[in-house]
Design a protein around this ligand. Structure first.
Ligand code: DQA
Length: 140
């Protein structure tokens, strides 16, 4: 089981960005946490972050035949991107959607998730631990 963790726009600003919502940890902290967890489990993992929708579509397409599972926090593209949904459907890789915050308790526009129409599971409101729970699901 080889995993790809994808983080969408503005998640490179973790630690600075609205810490009362997203916490004080940085993207590097998040990736180190996941790398260590996957190391314990003997699971190879790669990371990708982009602020650009098309770049995320490209990396999902390139994942075809190379990865067995995707953990994705599409960030704002969650609520808008049919292109990312279609890319995931095109490659057919098992996917779990993660949100650091509890999007279900936030603004109405955050209640829609296009990626959620494909993902096996959505983990929200658990902070960085949500990524580990997503990995647990893919490994179970
Ligand atoms: C987010 C929630 C999204 O609504 C928001 O646009 C983000 C982060 C989260 O992790 O809680 O950028 O995906």
């Amino acid at each position: 089981m080889k995993l790809l963790v994808i983080n969408g726009p503005n998640l490179n600003m973790l630690g600075v960005r609205e810490p009362e919502i997203y916490g004080k940890g940085t993207l590097a902290d998040l990736e180190a946490l996941i790398r260590s967890y996957c190391g314990e489990k003997g699971v190879p993992v790669d990371f990708f972050q982009s602020n650009h929708e098309g770049d995320i579509v490209d990396v999902i397409q390139r994942a075809y035949g190379k990865y067995d599972g995707i953990v994705i926090n599409p960030a704002a593209y969650t609520h808008t991107s049919v292109a990312i949904l279609d890319a995931l459907k095109a490659v057919g890789i098992r996917t779990v959607e993660v949100h650091i915050s509890d999007v279900s308790a936030r603004e109405p526009f955050r209640q829609i998730s296009y990626v959620g129409l494909y993902a096996e599971k959505t983990v929200k409101g658990l902070g960085f631990d949500g990524y580990l729970r997503a990995i647990d699901h893919l490994l179970s």
